[in-house]
Design a protein around this ligand. Sequence first.
Ligand code: ADP
Length: 451
Amino acid sequence: NQEKLSKYEKIEGFVRGFKLSSLTYKRIMQLLHEEMNSGLSKTTNHMADIKMFPTFVRSLPDGTEKGKYLALDLGGTNFRVLMVELNGKDVDIQSKTYLIPQRIMLGTGTQLFDHIADCICKFVNTHDIMGEKLPLGFTFSFPCKQEGLATARLSKWTKGFRCEGVVGEDLCILLHEALKRKGNIDVEVVAIINDAVGTLMSTAHSDRNCEIGLILGTGCNACYMENLEHVGLWDGEIRNPKQVIVNTEWGAFGDNGCLDFIRTEYDRELDTFSINPGKQILEKMISGMYMGEIVRLVLERLTMEGLLFSGVDRECELFVRGRFYTKYVSEIESDHDEFFRNTKQALDELGLEGYSSEDCKIVKYVCTLISARAAFLSAAGLATLINKINKPNMTIAVDGSLYRFHPRFHNLMCLKMKELVRPGLKFQLQLSHDGSGKGAALVAAVATRLR
Ligand code: ADP
């Protein structure tokens, strides 16, 4: 027993860094709040990691939006083309998903936009809408500086993309040029937004209290409706409504080192081997693209220390970077009895053999620590926004596979938010549907209505 105890004590020593106190989360909120304000101000924005981009989306939908729209969704694993028909509360969506091969994600911008144009062409052909010049909303979920609703320049690639010749370029022009190269297709891009904005718009369509959008998918980002008087960066017109959705791009929080006091050795190693070292530090502690890899690094370490999987074959895939998918974390944490059915399946897929029930228990424990830290960090981010907006009752629209499928993410977030949100302010987290499609169409609809 003594031996067992000391084994668990040893394990604890390797995972302690994932357990953060309430005081630490409050400190993070304070830093985030300062960084957001610095991002919002014209004089300090260049020094801030969080860019707080004004989006030019000034109004939320009111439920009366009508019409047929095309929408594009690029920003993670897949590319989708959608046709969205809005008619009051009724929304009809037809969509097709196209894979973006790795060689295109890491190729040239021309290849990427030619691929997009190809997919649009196929979609328009099969849906028999060749002749119709439908207004198009483009959900492009990477940090962009907007110069107008339909003018956006990429400020940097994230989430595994690195296409040459796109940073700093006007995306609408790149899309139009690619479509022109295809020759036979005409669209009018009326809005470029990101998935967080789409998520917010989609839920706001039926919920007037929705003022925050959050993404917990491949990446992690949030946006919210802000008063123009707080947006020092804004130099557009200041007619009513005196508000604009701000895309925080808070995934970059910590890039200046301010989160180093909470980063573990595993966070550092993951970052070193990523395609964007030193960038997107908060995102790398939270989102679906990275969480599985953090778990893998811990399991690898425990194995090396002789605390897990004794006698394991060093050739097994547990030792291969990127091989432990974030969906395993959801599956493993869904095991609620001593049979560890999902855990065993994941371990089998990694080629592990001869593991014990105790190993399964340890693997599950590691998953719970890392997903809880991610949920608590997301909660701290939202609580910062809620306290900043300071309205009595707020809905937060959330989308992304991590939030959608992880068995405890929602509950963990709510728990921590109750602790961190100023007393008296009420909130609810609402799973949003079709943000990138319906949201983009709604922005396009609101935009065409206003002109
Ligand atoms: P995107 O953000 O790319 O638009 P998703 O919201 O589907 O799309 O997020 C994809 C990310 O979610 C991937 O990084 C993947 O690892 C992660 N993911 C997929 N399935 C699950 C799951 N069941 N539980 C947790 N994370 C998941």
